[in-house]
Design a protein around this ligand. Structure first.
Ligand code: ZN
Ligand code: ZN
Length: 298
């Protein structure tokens, strides 16, 4: 199996990438001579140049070596400076996956990792791994930062609250650069209780009994509860993904593996959870394929 490579592209402030990330799924970008080795399925990280100097977005490459005459998207609303592309230039297409809050991967960190010139290029494996890890950690932070502890102590939602949880208005907190979905832990607690504190990936997984007398388990959002996903799913399906139908009760080992496992491990676990949850998601109107879900874990 060939591992996908990771690339870095710098983005100057005349391209309004933050707005693009909010508004569109895909973009086309010049594939200059340093990027010619790019392949479909590779990862590309978008580095915002000064005054930000940080990696902000992760995307997956969906098409490469596109001719100027075959460009499909009009991105002029995100550009505040004229560009001069030539007929012979090549382009690649990418689809946004995730973003990081400000200052998670700064120029200084890249420098410490031995990557001091953030220009268009293929990333060395060691740096690519560190960046990928930062994105994975961020997803876990969002999902779990001290939250699991609170979930275990929380009172579960009532059945009526649980039934309506997908219809709630989305609660986004924080400022523009560090938005987060405000999750209501009583729904996770409800799911844990309903699952009898048994790991839904494998029921034989045991942990330990808590002071409260039940087995310690964690709540995981099958469709990861990022701001981007929350907004996308609200728009497309009119559903709040912080709902009981989207939460799975799993043991802490499975949970870490879902976030930090290599791509094969993640795939296996997500597939297992999805096979059990597909119909449940359909019940609240979310009609998503396994491939679409797996993409959210890249
Ligand atoms: Zn999780
Ligand atoms: Zn487990």
């Amino acid at each position: 199996m060939t591992k996908h490579s990771s690339w870095l592209i710098p983005c100057k402030d005349w391209f309004l990438v933050d707005i693009a990330f909010e508004k569109v799924q895909k973009l086309e970008w010049a594939q200059n001579r340093f990027l010619l080795g790019m392949k479909e399925g590779d990862i590309v990280y978008i580095y915002k140049t000064k005054p930000y100097s940080e990696i902000k977005y992760k995307a997956i490459i969906t098409k490469v070596k596109i001719k100027y005459s075959d460009l499909q998207f009009n991105d002029s609303e995100f550009i505040i400076k004229k560009r001069n592309y030539k007929e012979k230039d090549l382009f690649f297409e990418f689809e946004f996956c995730n973003d990081l809050p400000q200052k998670k991967i700064t120029f200084k960190m890249l420098e410490d990792w031995g990557f001091s010139i953030p220009q268009s290029k293929k990333l060395p494996n060691t740096v690519a791994e560190k960046i990928a890890n930062a994105f994975a950690f961020d997803l876990l932070d969002n999902d779990d930062n001290q939250i699991q502890e609170k979930i275990n102590l929380a009172e579960p939602a009532t059945t009526q609250q649980a039934e309506n949880s997908s219809k709630r208005t989305l609660d986004i907190v924080g400022n523009k650069n560090s938005e987060a979905v405000q999750r209501d832990i009583k729904y996770s607690k409800y799911v844990l209780k309903e699952a009898n504190y048994v790991c839904q990936i494998k029921s034989s997984h045991t942990t330990f009994l808590t002071n409260l007398g039940f087995q310690y388990m964690e709540g995981h959002h099958l469709i990861p509860c990022t701001v981007k996903n929350a907004k996308d799913f609200e728009k497309k399906y009119n559903v709040n993904i912080d709902c009981v139908e989207n939460i799975v009760c799993i043991c802490p080992t499975c949970h870490r593996a879902v976030h930090f496992g290599d791509s094969e491990v993640k795939k296996m676990l997500v597939k297992e959870m999805f096979s059990q949850h597909k119909e449940i998601l359909k019940n609240i109107g979310i009609d998503i394929t396994e491939d679409e879900l797996l993409k959210l874990y890249i």
